[in-house]
Structures are given as structure tokens and as C-alpha cells.
Design a binder for this molecule. Structure first.
Ligand SMILES: [Zn+2]
Length: 170
């Protein structure tokens, strides 16, 4: 065992691309197997046989992950599986292996080590807000936000125009 993944939470891209021996000792949630099944059924069968700890995050861990992702503004763009992976990493205080810059961003903000699949790369942190396309007002993201990959955000509470996701001004 190389030890590389031991004690680290692995996202689905790691399950797809890392050699099996590299995955050994990693932590994942069962929902990732369904995701993997959609992407590559053959790979799913292999990964199922790997030495991975399959854990479901607790409701408390999921809530903590939602709050953390809301605080950086990344939450609306995270999938349910993304959130579960994040919840495990935060809940167990384990490094998170992912190339998803949103997951990396939230993990780092929460004080968790984020490792990219290929390693290296300067890591920058930022936060996101909903910016009104009408009056320009910036709205924070809250933990109950609707999550979708794209599309407009909630309407502006000042002028009623749609909002779009933008990097927060510093
Ligand atoms: Zn507005």
C-alpha cells in the first residue's frame, strides 16, 4: 500500500482516474458508486472491489457542509454527491482529494487540506455572491439555497431583477 489515499476522502474523479492501488485506504460515500455507474459501469465494478471505506455522512455533517459551502457562496453549484463528499471530509477532518475548484475552495476555507488529483498548483481562495443584473446589489448565499449547475440565481430583493453568480468584490 502506497499510503497516498489513506485517511483521505476521494471524490468521484479520483475514483475514475486513479489506479486501484492508489485508492486503497481512501474514504468515499456509497452515492459515488451510483455516479460511477453512470460514468463507467466497468470502472464501478473495479472500484467496488478496492480497499475503500464506504461511509455515509451524518445529517449533522451534511448540515455543516452546507453551511461551509454557503459561506463561500459555492453551495448553489454543488451536486448532492459533492456535498456528501465534502461532509465526510469536514466531518472526519480528512484531506479531500478533488479537482473540483468549488470543493477545493470550501474545504480550504473550512481548514481542510484540499489535494488535486495530479498534486501541485497554487491554490487560491475566493468567495461567490449573487449579483443583481439590474441594480448590482450583491446577495450572500444562504444554507437553504437551491442547487443547480447553472442558470440565474434568486431575484434581487431590491429591484426584482435576476441575479447571477459572480466572484465577490474585495
Ligand atoms: Zn437589483
Amino acid at each position: 500500500m502506497t499510503g497516498e489515499a489513506v485517511g483521505a476522502v476521494l471524490d468521484t474523479t479520483a475514483l475514475l482516474h486513479w489506479p486501484l492501488e492508489r485508492l486503497a485506504g481512501g474514504v468515499c460515500c456509497p452515492a459515488q458508486l451510483d455516479e460511477l455507474e453512470r460514468l463507467s459501469p466497468a470502472r464501478r465494478m473495479l472500484v467496488e472491489a478496492a480497499e475503500i471505506d464506504w461511509l455515509n455522512p451524518s445529517p449533522d455533517q451534511l448540515e455543516a457542509a452546507k453551511s461551509a459551502a454557503a459561506s463561500t457562496g459555492d453551495l448553489p453549484r454543488l451536486s448532492t454527491v459533492d456535498l456528501e463528499v465534502l461532509a465526510l471530509s469536514l466531518g472526519l477532518q480528512c484531506p479531500l482529494v478533488t479537482d473540483d475548484y468549488r470543493l477545493q475552495n470550501v474545504a480550504m476555507k473550512a481548514g481542510i487540506e484540499a489535494r488535486s488529483l495530479a498534486t501541485s498548483g497554487a491554490k487560491q481562495q475566493w468567495s461567490w455572491v449573487w449579483r443583481c443584473t439590474g441594480c448590482g446589489k450583491e446577495h450572500g448565499v444562504d444554507a437553504n439555497t437551491q442547487r443547480r449547475r447553472d442558470g440565474p440565481g434568486p431575484t434581487c430583493d431590491v429591484c426584482g431583477s435576476p441575479t447571477v453568480m459572480k466572484r465577490a468584490r474585495r
